[in-house]
Write a new protein. Sequence first.
Length: 343
Amino acid sequence: MGVRVSTSTLAAAVAECGAAGTIASVGLPMDTAENRADVAGSTRAKLKEEIKTARSLTKGVVGVNVMVALTDFEDIARGAAEANADYIISGAGLPLSLPEYTEGYPSKLIPMISSARGAEVLLKGWKRRYNRLPDAIVVEGPLSGGHIGGHSLSSLVGGELTLLENSVREVLSTVREYEKRYGVTIPVIAAGGIFDGKDMARFLKMGASGVQIGTRFIATNECSADPAYKKLFVEADENSLVFIQSPVGLPARVIRTKFIDEMLKGATHPISCNYRCLRTCNPETAPFCIAKALIDAVEGDIDNAVVFASSYVAKIKKIVPVKELIEEITSEAALEMKKKGEE
């Protein structure tokens, strides 16, 4: 949902419905010589502008996603806190230093992890270094769209994966120990491949406090991505998804495009990088610029695009208003929660 997919308009629409709307901080500034000269500064300025715009559209809860893998992670996290984002979600690496960058601000801190081991490292580290614990934890499984941490490309293509349900149970067990020890409550939020109210109810019954849904909200009126981009999600079928090895060193689940087919055949697009936006990307060896391909996607240049999508993308059949989508998901979840005799 990064690189101008989840911006102020979508986040505000989600927040206005009583959910939490998240602005993705990566790739927000336009590609200009002025912005290239100060990537960190232009990103902070644009992020603050997006938060201000969202605030003007809703009185609901609006937060920001800041990836640890960003070269300017510290600056962007500080900018989100300075703009009084209600919360900061941070993944793509363990955000072990996040409390340091947001000290003195009221933003809730929500790390995103994929395993109980990651949760234990983070909980222990934050308590020891900052004498604080997360305000919530997002557990993301391998069915999500985009970069998938903690898994090799070969395991995603042909091997068995730890199901999100198992990861959530294990993280809940780890979190409960800290809750009892320190007398706190740390909500656990399930993410990655969650499509409808039945999925939501299943995790709520397990003990999760909520779910995070990304891909399905691309097919909404309020998502600011180009119509050609949204059309890919509506027209996708079971054969549309493939895995690629991203230049950032992680596998990624994407929708097939002309660009992706070329990459799978071994084509490369040498780049001259002005940004170094991601710590793990080496422009000298990268087969293509992931940032440019993602920007081309959201701007509608589909032939040159990389388009991240969740495993369930083939279930998306139409573009709807955010309000309609949230009402559908929550109503279905409420009905499922009333059913008895089910796990």
